[in-house]
Design a protein around this ligand. Structure first.
Ligand code: F3S
Length: 409
């Protein structure tokens, strides 16, 4: 792999410990993927923030990097294991909270913005079409590639951090125009709401693996709907990017690589919802996976207006979106109805089983998938409106045993 003089100096340690480690990681990656060189990046987004995932070994590694390492491009951070300011609301232990704050401090020392959100594109990390970036967090990666038209591979937290410190990433995969072509054409009926976009994502993600689908048949889609579609697509498989004919920026630019054609029906889409039909009483209903946009917060506030929820309702968003919601009176409306707004975190990266949660309801297909497969929870997948109705109801879905579990597929 070709390295410039500066890159060689980094690699031999002339520019410090962190730069050397970063370069070692990037060169190793480049060799694995046959990259001919490194390319400069405009921004990075780093996952691996929850102390539940980082642990003491990870923290030690990060502290080593922070001894002399600083990021050289705009770099944002994925959600942590708790709301950094109101962690008591989540009942996480003081010990966990202190350790989580240690992780945050180390990232901050490296110059990373403590955004703690999986929607960096809603909090100022907004690449332009064609920009090369190094993002981790699969839902953010797929949004950047597909909806924004920026170029990033599905980085791990470590490789995104290395790229942020070095300001570069290996030139391979989705940085190369040719690799951004769709591989599977997917004919679909127009999804009617966000949940249907999300279910479609789960379904197609399973079918195409790490292929790139080109959707045909969708005549309109809001950014939040594409957010839900992408998050679901990327959660079940390795899909790094999708195209929607007539909507996403690179759809129609190329069609030479399509090898498969799939047709999806409405009942296929709704079949996914039926797979997540937990009948246990939900300890928690959560919305905001990926983190809610201001428009979504606004819609939820209107749906909650004048009512009082009877079950735990968590709404997860970035602190930036919450500040906007505060300013517009949205926060007050949600909290008056008994909803809890949490920033910096989500029920997937938080130590949710330690909090005694066993059954959840959500409108997020990604959230449903991880709640079941990672956190081993009983999950009900519902539309936003159904979730809110459920939060208002004092009656469980059906009176089954509280300790009912679905089997993991
Ligand atoms: Fe974001 Fe957590 Fe979902 S990081 S995409 S809210 S799993």
């Amino acid at each position: 792999m070709y390295l410039s003089k500066d890159e060689e100096r980094m690699l031999v340690g002339e520019l410090g410990y962190a730069a050397q480690k970063a370069m070692e990681i990037l060169v190793a990656l480049g060799k694995i993927y046959d990259a001919e060189r490194l390319i400069p990046i405009k921004s990075a987004h780093v996952s691996g923030v929850s102390y539940a995932n980082v642990g003491e070994d990870g923290l030690e590694f990060l502290e080593g990097l922070a001894s002399d390492g600083r990021v050289v491009v705009k770099t944002t951070l994925n959600p942590a294991g708790m709301d950094l300011e109101r962690w008591q609301l989540m009942n996480v232990s003081r010990e966990f909270a202190e350790n989580q704050l240690r992780v945050i401090k180390v990232y901050k020392r490296m110059g990373i913005e403590v955004t703690c959100t999986c929607t960096p594109y809603l909090v100022g990390n907004e690449p332009r079409t064609g920009d090369h970036v190094a993002w981790s967090e699969s839902s953010a990666v797929i949004y950047a590639n597909s909806v924004i038209g920026a170029r990033t591979n599905r980085e791990s937290g470590i490789s995104a951090l290395a790229a942020a410190i070095a300001g570069r990433t290996p030139f391979y995969g989705l940085h190369v125009e040719e690799n951004r072509q769709p591989t599977v054409e997917v004919r679909v009926p127009q999804p009617k709401e966000e949940l249907e976009f999300a279910c479609l994502g789960i379904l197609v993600g399973r079918l195409v693996g790490d292929g790139i689908p080109l959707f045909k048949g969708i005549s309109h889609a809001e950014p939040d709907e594409l957010k839900a579609l992408g998050a679901a697509l990327a959660s079940v498989g390795g899909v790094p990017m999708f195209h929607v004919e007539g909507i996403t920026p690179e759809a129609g630019r190329y069609t030479g690589k399509i090898t498969d054609r799939i047709t999806i029906t409405e009942s296929d889409i709704m079949g996914v919802k039926e797979e997540y039909a937990c009948e246990a009483y939900p300890d928690l209903i959560f919305l905001g996976c990926p983190h809610l946009s201001l428009a979504e917060m606004e819609r939820i506030a209107s749906a909650l207006a004048g009512k009082k929820v009877k079950k735990n309702l968590w709404l997860c968003c970035s602190r930036r979106v919450k500040l906007e919601a505060d300013r517009l009176g949205i926060t007050q409306a949600i909290e008056a109805a008994g909803g809890t707004i949490l920033c910096d975190t989500c029920p997937i990266v938080a130590p949710i089983r330690d909090l005694g949660v066993k059954a959840v309801a959500t409108n997020s297909a990604k959230g449903a998938w991880y709640s079941r497969n990672l956190n081993n929870l009983c999950v009900k997948l519902m539309s936003t409106e159904e979730c809110i109705r459920e939060a208002h109801s004092s009656i469980p879905y059906q009176t089954e045993s509280y300790f009912y579990y679905e089997s993991t597929p």
